[in-house]
Design a protein around this ligand. Sequence first.
Ligand SMILES: Cc1cc2nc3c(=O)[nH]c(=O)nc-3n(C[C@H](O)[C@H](O)[C@H](O)COP(=O)(O)O)c2cc1C
Length: 322
Amino acid sequence: MFSWKTAGKPIVALSPMADMTDSEFCLIAKRFGAKIVFREMVSSEAVVRGNEKTLDMTAFEEEERPIIQQIFGADPDTMAESARIIEEKFHPDGIDINMGCPVYKITSNFNGAALMKDAKLASEIIRKMKAAISVPLSVKIRLGWADPRECLEFAPALEQAGADLLTVHGRTKAQGYSGVADWNMVGEVKKRVSIPVLVNGDIHSPETAKPAMEASGADGALIARGALGNPWILKQIEEVLRDGRVSTVIDEETRRRTVIEHTKLMIARHGAERGVVLMRKHYAWYFKGSPRSKELRMELNAAKSLAEVEAALALDRQPEAA
Ligand SMILES: Cc1cc2nc3c(=O)[nH]c(=O)nc-3n(C[C@H](O)[C@H](O)[C@H](O)COP(=O)(O)O)c2cc1C
């Protein structure tokens, strides 16, 4: 059975991202050597209600393992029941609790980062979930709601309640995504708990992974935005941390083949037209900053079938008219 303690260090994993880390993107990340993937958050209430769309979001392919399913919510019994249902139906390798989401829709119901304001409730959620499942339970937090030192008391409380691993995004809820992630403060959390800690925030290139790991002394890192359109970054980070340099180099041909493979996976799940439409957000990331990216994105956004996507990509390979 999967265990955070034996997961092998450094633990470099794909961070959960709503609308992004679905089965298809996780498969692509895995095929490029990602060791562990966190799937996007799902609502505990929707799982318990038996909402089919939500349950479908937690299904995965064997190839994605080890896969960690993240859940959000604030009611301990509902959280426990949703974790039990997900474990029974799908058998993920771990369950993660979202205690870091800053979005109003989530925090206004006391979900996500709002739980950092109530360590007692957060601990009760962990205790009840632990009792309901057999796989490891991890928690993803921020430094605090408003004060970056809140995590120093909050994190040990989560460990005491039974959390098996913590991920700390080095920002407060009040910061949202502004400023820079404070990896040193993540290191302060690491000093106060004995369970593994993952550093998260602003690791957007293989080169930034080393200073983040050094400043935090963390057991690994979760990578979110840096992996969008760039799923090979997880392997590259492992290379840098292990060998001091990146050996996986991605050329334009590989990027385009990956885009087609990703599109095919989306079509297989969502149908020909919808699959291509759902890929648009990914196309923007895959070609961000590359030559002619604006024109290429416009063509891809107009595409309505795999053939049109392939044609746009092939067309772009031809030399531009003088
Ligand atoms: C589009 C998007 C969706 C996200 N959804 C989630 C989520 O479902 N659960 C979660 O814990 N964090 C979510 N996050 C936060 C990321 O996992 C991560 O903590 C944050 O982006 C900082 O890491 P980064 O600098 O590597 O992007 C999301 C971030 C983005 C950009």
